[in-house]
Design a protein. Structure first.
Length: 395
């Protein structure tokens, strides 16, 4: 008698696709490929010696604690250090306002668990960070795109969508957005806060790139807008400024929501790895992260400039692109009629890669858009990669 089939996968496991970015990274893993596809910090710029010293000190002085289970909320030392950094940048924060997460990506997953029921509406920027779309899709949410321009979401469109759709939250990467690199203006941030206050809406403000600014002045967080202080969640990460392999992020949120996320994290992974948290806290105590950030800003700024200088020769006539003031990404629009997804097959044959823009759209995709990451490669490699890209696109 044949065995009965096993029960099927959950509907959400088959309705949400794999990340095209992760799949492209797998396809371009060959060492000869110059990849502008991933959002990877440059490994040669990690402070390996400083982190090694921090781990060594933790294991020498408090190994029993470092190797043991810990509280879900996170290391008190790391929460205190993170709160101090936020306060130093103009956002009054106490350690108890924070939850340490396994990367800011986990913060999104916890928020989805705490806030969303299947069928709830989530508003997002258009285009939007791809992994956020995956999280909301897995939660069974209906994702609705808010029209955006280079200054941020259209306030009138946002207001109308909130009134019509009654969403639970609006998700945004206001500073050096992934994928576009755009930064929301202070006027648009205030408008978003005003809509949230008038209409009743959670704002999830994701800020993994905010400290990677190469020119211009810091724009205050939406979380700093008094009108939305009781309904704004700020997500951050040490991935882009310390090391992504640590998987350390944080969430700043009002008490009741933060508590719900703590419970969701208990059900997920109990706590972020203790040894990593203690090493990060020790690094912040013993090393000058701001000095390290200054080195990152100099290097990444040079890489951004190298990419901007090479794009006119690499891209077809009629292409346009932006000049981000920071972050890791440039957003390119190819001429009408070209499809960045179809062209990628040819481009990879020239040992260079980018990410097509289409998967980042919750609404109708723009086939001519693509994202380029300038942070991973040194200037000479960027120039060589753009030469290959030009040969592929113009050949």
């Amino acid at each position: 008698m044949p065995a009965a089939p096993v029960p099927p996968l959950a509907a959400r496991a088959t309705s949400v696709g794999a990340s095209p970015v992760r799949e492209i990274l797998a396809l371009t893993a060959r060492p000869e490929v110059i990849s502008f596809a991933g959002g990877l910090p440059a490994p040669e710029l990690f402070d390996g010696a400083g982190l090694a010293a921090a781990f060594h000190a933790v294991m020498e002085e408090q190994a029993a604690t470092a190797l043991q289970y810990s509280t879900t909320e996170g290391s008190p030392a790391l929460r205190a250090a993170t709160a101090a950094r936020l306060a130093g940048r103009g956002l009054a924060t106490e350690p108890d306002d924070l939850l340490i997460t396994s990367g800011s990506q986990q913060g999104l997953t916890l928020l989805a668990a705490a806030l969303l029921e299947p069928g709830d509406v989530v508003l997002v920027e258009n285009p939007c960070y791809l992994a956020a779309l995956q999280v909301f899709g897995f939660a069974g949410a209906r994702v609705v795109a808010v029209p955006c321009d280079e200054e941020g979401p259209d306030p009138d469109a946002l207001d109308a969508l909130v009134a019509r759709e009654r969403p639970k939250l609006f998700y945004s990467v206001p500073t050096f957005q992934n994928p576009t690199g755009h930064t929301m203006t202070i006027e648009r941030r205030r408008a978003v806060a005003d809509v949230a206050a008038r209409r009743g809406l959670w704002i999830v403000e994701d800020d993994p790139y905010g400290e990677l600014r190469y020119e211009g002045a810091h724009v205050p967080w939406i979380s700093a807008c008094e009108a939305a202080a009781d309904r704004t969640v700020l997500l951050g990460s040490y991935s882009k400024i310390m090391a992504p392999g640590l998987r350390i992020g944080w969430m700043r949120a009002p008490h009741d929501l933060l508590r719900a996320c703590v419970i969701a994290k208990q059900a997920s992974d109990l706590h972020t790895p203790t040894v990593n948290q203690l090493a990060a806290a020790r690094y912040l105590a013993d090393r000058d992260l701001d000095a390290h950030l200054a080195r990152l800003r100099t290097a990444y700024g040079e890489r951004r400039d190298a990419m901007l200088a090479g794009l006119p020769d690499a891209l077809p006539d009629g292409s346009t692109w932006n000049r981000p003031e920071g972050g890791m990404f440039l957003w390119v629009q190819l001429p009408d009629g070209l499809d960045a997804t179809d062209l990628l097959r040819k481009v990879v044959e020239y040992d260079v890669a980018y990410v097509p823009g289409a998967p980042f759209f919750a609404g109708a995709p723009d086939p001519a858009a693509l994202r380029l990451c300038f942070a991973t490669s040194a200037p000479d490699e960027i120039r060589e990669g753009l030469t290959r890209l030009g040969q592929a696109l113009k050949g």
